[in-house]
Design a protein. Structure first.
Length: 254
């Protein structure tokens, strides 16, 4: 095994929401660091394509189609990852958003966001954490939050609530599992142009407002977010636990 603290050789990494966007980018970054990556998402074609891209680039990846809001399907994905070797890393990137004014926000949208953004994150953390605890193995869990896990924004009451919840979960698990060598952290990016945000950012007025709030004047890139995730996943961040690494261009520093 490599003694390079930035490498993940001989480790298996599970990435949820890996079919597209940030999850896909994180899977690529972990594979480049030497991990065997298990890509999980509901749409088989998406994760199969992403796994193929990693293989073409010289990495090792497996696609696993599963609905991460379903406890049994998620547990199956974790078992499949553990069967490949030393499951030591979990990245929870599955997420969704349905903006809308709070006054008439549909309850079914509220429930959907909490199912995907919070329930699925908890289920994956618990399943991977249990695997690590049973094996007496150290590991790293990285949850994807958002700048909206710190601040509020009009029309995003549900999304902000879920990301605040993800950060609370991250801190609680980081404290609970630290004595066993399991670190739990989060990465909180600003807006990144992905399939989830592309429609919003095509609105010129909204895009201008986003740029106005960014001291850097720039959106984050998938690669920048993935690099932060890789840092938290590897031994170079060994003393970082229960923390939120903000890749937000200074949005929350105002």
């Amino acid at each position: 095994m490599s003694d390079d603290r930035w490498r993940l050789d001989d480790r298996v990494a599970l990435v949820t929401g890996a079919g597209r966007g940030l999850g896909r980018g994180c899977a690529h970054a972990l594979a480049q660091a030497g991990a065997t990556v298990v890509l999980v998402a509901r749409t088989a074609a998406d994760v199969e394509q992403a796994a193929g891209e990693i293989a073409d680039a010289g990495g090792t990846a497996r696609a696993h189609a599963a609905d991460v809001t379903d406890e049994e399907q998620l547990a199956g994905a974790v078992r499949a990852a553990a069967a490949l070797g030393d499951l030591r890393v979990c990245v929870n990137a599955a997420g969704t958003n349905r903006p809308g004014p709070a006054r008439d926000y549909p309850v079914e949208h509220w429930d959907e966001l909490f199912d995907v953004n919070v329930r699925a994150t908890f289920l994956a953390c618990r399943a991977v954490g249990d695997s690590l605890l049973q094996r007496g193995q150290s590991g790293s869990i990285v949850n994807l939050s958002s700048q909206m896990g710190t601040v509020g924004y009009p029309g995003r009451a549900a999304y902000c609530a879920t990301k605040h919840a993800v950060e609370g979960l991250t801190k609680a698990l980081g404290v609970e599992w630290a004595p066993y060598g399991i670190r739990v952290n989060a990465v909180a990016p600003t807006f990144v142009e992905t399939p989830l945000t592309r429609g919003m950012l095509e609105d010129a007025e909204f895009r201008e407002e986003v740029h106005r709030r960014l001291p850097t004047g720039q959106l984050a890139t998938v690669e920048q977010v993935a690099d932060a995730v890789r840092y938290l996943a590897c031994d170079a961040s060994g003393s970082v636990n229960g923390s939120v690494l903000r890749v937000d261009g200074g949005w929350t520093a105002w």
